[in-house]
Design a protein around this ligand. Structure first.
Ligand SMILES: [Ca+2]
Length: 109
């Protein structure tokens, strides 16, 4: 179990489930730390499969020249990307030549 304290309180207060609510939508607010169950949280790491590899448009788990080839063919309307989210390197919601340019720059020599 972990406690999340706020720096602005000088580490004296932290997250606290108001009135030990067990209801959906129960409030969490800041309260002076006293070690109650409403101030204890379970922190879980992000699962590995949820982590995206930037530029891995063929979804093989690594970024390589094969991803650049797939991206070039996608931009020529010759095929789809296996993972289009990994191809939006500019993070502007559009996959275009600017994303390809970044991919080429990121590729290890
Ligand atoms: Ca790949």
């Amino acid at each position: 179990m972990s406690t999340i304290v706020s720096k602005c309180s000088g580490d004296k207060s932290g997250l606290d489930v108001y009135d030990w609510s067990t209801e959906n939508g129960g409030n969490i607010n800041q309260w002076e730390y006293w070690g109650g169950d409403g101030q204890k949280f379970i922190l879980e790491p992000v699962k590995a499969e949820e982590k995206k590899i930037i530029g891995d448009v063929n979804a093989d788990g690594q970024f390589s020249v094969l991803d650049i080839v797939m991206m070039q063919r996608f931009l020529l309307n010759q095929r789809d990307l296996m993972d289009s989210a990994a191809g939006d390197l500019c993070e502007d919601g559009v996959i275009n030549a600017f994303d390809l340019a970044i991919m080429k720059r990121l590729l290890p020599a």
